[in-house]
Design a protein around this ligand. Structure first.
Ligand code: TEU
Ligand code: CA
Length: 559
């Protein structure tokens, strides 16, 4: 296998539950992924990251795992995934599995045993602490899904820690046996042919064992914080690298909610032998109000100047020190066309504009299912949503604490909630969009009559075709993988312009992220000897004359 194959690759994320159902039970399955391999080959991607398909009670859609080595019957069986891995490899596609090792499901045998007593083999597999004298939680830490991060266990008469739902107890990585069990599980999947790992909140595995209270400026009962980059994080990740990733050459991309481009270099510096890439959250918070009482639900208009600044800092600070993972969408993010684009009047244009920004950068682009046809956020009502994060936060903030109105919460949910990306994949214009012949587990986006794979691919303005070209460029043009980066016009609030340079060649990426038009020449060098259009999302663009129209994007080779 080519070393560092992922540097030239584009990786496609499948959220299996919503991808394709092949047995009519309304839930996407592993056979559904296999059925669409030829579609993915046509798109041109190199690897698939599959969100969790392991045995799970599905409290958090599979991010609560009961058995790491067993496929949940809802998705098929182990044989199905082995078959998929082999088939994908025949097509030249690599398989990246999701490793959720910060926590398990409370149904896992490890936890079931752990809660039985303080002195059995599994007792120390989780983070248990005594109550304070008054019986309350060990500290004021909050869970990401609302309430305390501690849950009382009547049997052990102790609290256990859970950064997410109370059905997702956090593993105790201080215990070497926990770590060895995880590494063994990773070797098991390597033996089945898995090529790499996406590591769920891997920066949370080391806890601050002093358990200090979090600062509480708004006087809340519980506060989320201090969950990442704990004291032994680098040590644990390095150990995992030495035990599994390096000897078995597995690719790794770690989810890293709290890293800035400065601390990221420690995680991805090849010499430190930790991870190949990380997913930062920094650029995804440019529409979050600072110091809001309601966390992610206090939103504001997207700040393009800030987005440019953050993406540029990652391009520059990681260059020569580590590799970027590039994304705008995944199963935790809304559809970018609706979130930051104009999904009504300029859906095709804004979908391709964001794609151009992302695929023009240095790093490995990740495409989330449906992003390649410009799928949008559905305008759901509260009753339509399924996600535990959204529903628990709604109950706590709107109904209990009343710090945000129902209207404001719903407005935010329609913009940024995770469920926006989890509606079934839209394959065609039929009633269930070709996703299932049964009753879908989750409501479809009503726009599937207009927005679907079959129709998109027939159009001149096809988001899919645009992605095909971008992905081909990533494979063929060294300047995209290796070229240096320079941001132009950092203070321009509407247009994102940057240069990539390699061996005397310069590419200019110009993307209008607004409904307004501008003089294109304002964004080009004053003297242009030669210009070659590499890609453009307005089909009538053949040269650099005229206006830069709403959401217009282009890549030019210039000299
Ligand atoms: O997400 C981690 C994470 O930080 C999210 O809670 C994020 O803050 C939020 O979704 C933004 O709205 C990972 C998984 O990707 C997510 O699906 C899981 O729910 C979570 O871990 C727990 O496993
Ligand atoms: Ca099914």
């Amino acid at each position: 296998m080519e070393k560092e194959w992922w540097k030239k690759a584009v990786i496609y994320q499948v959220y299996p539950k919503s991808f394709l159902d092949t047995n009519g039970d309304g839930i996407g399955d592993i056979k559904g992924i296999e059925k669409k391999l030829d579609y993915l080959v046509e798109l041109g991607i190199d690897a698939i990251w599959i969100s969790p398909v392991y045995l799970s009670p599905q409290i958090d859609n599979g991010y609560d795992i009961t058995d790491y080595r067993k496929i949940d019957p809802m998705f098929g069986d182990n044989h199905d995934i082995y078959h998929l891995i082999d088939k994908a490899h025949e097509y030249g596609i690599k398989i990246i599995m999701d490793m959720v090792a910060n926590h398990t499901s409370d149904q896992s045998v490890w936890f079931q045993e752990s809660r039985k007593s303080k002195d059995n083999f599994f007792s120390d597999f989780y983070v248990w602490r005594d109550a304070k004298e008054d019986g309350s939680e060990p500290n004021n830490w909050g869970s990401n899904f609302g309430g305390s991060a501690w849950e009382w266990d009547q049997n052990r008469k102790q609290y256990y820690l859970h950064y997410y739902a109370k059905q997702q107890p956090d593993l105790n990585w201080e215990n070497p046996r926990v770590r060895q069990y995880i590494y063994d599980m990773m070797r098991f999947w390597k033996a089945k042919g898995v090529d790499g790992w996406r590591m769920d909140v891997v920066t949370s595995i080391s806890k601050d064992l002093h358990f200090p209270d979090n600062p509480n400026p708004h006087g809340k009962p519980y506060v989320v914080g201090n969950q990442n980059n704990g004291p032994r994080m680098h040590e644990f990740i390095h150990e995992m690298n030495q035990e599994v990733l390096k000897p078995f050459s597995m690719m790794s991309v770690g989810e890293s909610p709290d890293s800035t481009s400065q601390d990221a270099t420690l995680l991805v510096d090849p010499e430190r032998e930790e991870l190949d890439m990380i997913f930062t959250f920094e650029h995804m918070h440019v529409d979050r109000a600072q110091s809001g009482v309601n966390g992610r639900w206090d939103i504001q208009k997207m700040d393009l100047i800030k987005l440019k600044k953050i993406l540029s800092s990652w391009q520059i600070n990681l260059r020569g020190h580590g590799w970027n993972a590039l994304y705008f969408e995944n199963h935790d993010r809304a559809r970018v066309t609706s979130r930051w684009g104009n999904d009504k009047k300029y859906r095709y244009e804004s979908a391709t504009a964001f794609a151009t920004i992302l695929h023009g950068l240095q790093g490995t682009p990740f495409v989330y299912q449906g992003e390649e046809i410009g799928m949008t956020n559905p305008d759901f009502e509260i009753e339509d949503y399924e996600d535990i994060e959204l529903l628990d936060n709604y109950r706590e903030l709107v109904l209990e604490q009343k710090t945000i109105s129902k209207e404001a919460f719903l407005k935010a949910a329609r913009k940024i909630s995770r469920d926006n990306a989890r509606t079934p994949m839209q394959w065609n214009e039929t009633d269930n969009a070709g996703f299932t012949t049964g009753a879908p587990w989750f409501k479809l986006n009503p726009d599937h009559k207009e927005v679907n794979v079959e129709d998109d691919r027939k159009k001149d303005t096809s988001v899919f075709k645009y992605y095909q070209t971008l992905i081909r460029l990533r494979h063929e043009c060294k300047i995209l993988t290796e070229g240096s980066y320079e941001l132009l016009y950092p203070e321009d609030p509407n247009v994102f312009t940057y240069k990539r340079m390699l061996d005397g060649e310069t590419w200019l990426i110009v993307v209008n992220l607004s409904d307004t038009q501008f003089e294109l020449s304002d964004y080009l060098p004053q003297v242009l000897k030669k210009e070659t259009l590499i890609i453009a999302n307005y089909r009538d663009r053949t040269n650099t004359d005229g206006l830069l129209r709403p959401w217009e994007s282009l890549i030019l080779a210039i000299s």
